[in-house]
Write a protein that binds this ligand. Structure first.
Ligand code: NAP
Length: 284
């Protein structure tokens, strides 16, 4: 009896642990996604959700990473920018975006922060043929998710316009990414706005989470406009429904981005790239 218990204990002891830190996290699909990757790649791992608030984020992260088997973590709303300052080192992607959505504990025990949101989004946009090299893109929102995706969109040659409810934050992002390409903040009170044509509109606000639509002119949507909501849900999001109602034909939510950014995170942890499309089928 004792030896069975000990065997079980030692097997569990050697399994890598991962966690998602954020608030809220209960709705997250990440445990299912990584369970799928783990099965597909034959790498056993445990993945848990840790709901934190600003006051206990650092304490909870320290506690988690003090355990020998804790090898990495994901970070979600609203801590992606805060965690930049908790990591010991950052990848170029995390430095450029000043935001972290994945952490790897290195062999010396220090924490490396990365950002896979941008590459995850591009992977999904390319798979869906929502983007080409010279796309004119309107991003609604200037929070953590927008930070993670702008540099990657500029890198592939897109022109990026940013609108945000708090316009100052859109101006800050324009300044921050200007050296990487054509990026401009947008004011919908500008009289010339109706002359603009966007190939792709990305909803990077958190409005869909609250069943709201960001306040932008619906005449910007046409049958030629691709519409992408970073938010995801099992059914259509309020944003994709709104865009379809206003003439868009090609709409998507962020499920593909979610699985893709997780695949890039898994690659950071294990140097192995999971099959994204088969995980999409199994998880959703
Ligand atoms: P965040 O940092 O909290 O930023 C929220 C953004 O939404 C801000 O720009 C905010 O504007 C704007 N906003 C909030 N309420 C609004 C309203 N009523 N009207 C207009 N704008 C409003 O959140 P985040 O991390 O950027 O996440 C944004 C969304 O992306 C979330 O839905 C999240 O689930 C999704 N996401 C998905 C993935 C994926 O893998 N699919 C990855 C990352 C994020 P102000 O600046 O004016 O407050």
């Amino acid at each position: 009896m004792n030896s069975i218990v000990n065997k079980k204990k030692s097997k569990n002891d050697s399994i890598d642990n991962f966690a998602l830190f954020g608030n809220p996290v209960n709705h997250s699909m990440s445990p299912n996604i990584y369970k799928n990757f783990s099965k597909e790649q034959g790498i056993p791992l445990k993945y848990k959700l840790i709901n934190v608030c600003e006051n206990n984020l650092i304490k909870e992260m320290e506690l988690f990473f003090s355990l020998k088997n804790s090898k990495g973590a994901n970070i979600t709303v609203p801590f992606k920018e805060t965690v930049v300052h908790i990591c010991n080192s950052l990848t170029d992607r995390a430095k450029v975006s000043n935001s972290v959505n994945v952490i790897k504990k290195l062999s010396n025990g220090t924490l490396l922060g990365d950002n896979t949101d941008g590459v995850g989004l591009i992977h999904d946009l390319k798979t869906k043929k929502f983007i080409d090299k010279k796309s004119n893109i309107l991003i609604l929102g200037a929070g953590g998710a927008a930070l993670g995706i702008i540099s990657v969109l500029l890198e592939i040659g897109s022109t990026v316009f940013i609108w945000n409810r708090t316009i100052e934050k859109a101006k800050v992002l324009e300044k921050r990414f200007k050296h990487l390409g054509d990026v401009f903040y947008l004011n919908f009170f500008n009289k010339k706005i109706h002359e603009k044509k966007f190939n792709l509109i990305i909803n990077a606000t958190s409005c869909s989470m609250k069943n709201q639509i960001p306040d932008f002119p619906k005449y910007l949507i046409s049958s030629n406009t691709y519409c992408y909501d970073l938010f995801y849900s099992r059914k259509n999001t309020v944003f994709t429904k709104f865009c379809k109602k206003n003439g868009a034909i090609h709409c998507s939510d962020g499920k593909g981005m979610l699985v893709s950014q997780a695949a890039f995170a898994f690659f950071l942890w294990y140097n192995k790239f999971p099959n994204i499309s088969s995980s999409m089928d199994s998880v959703f």
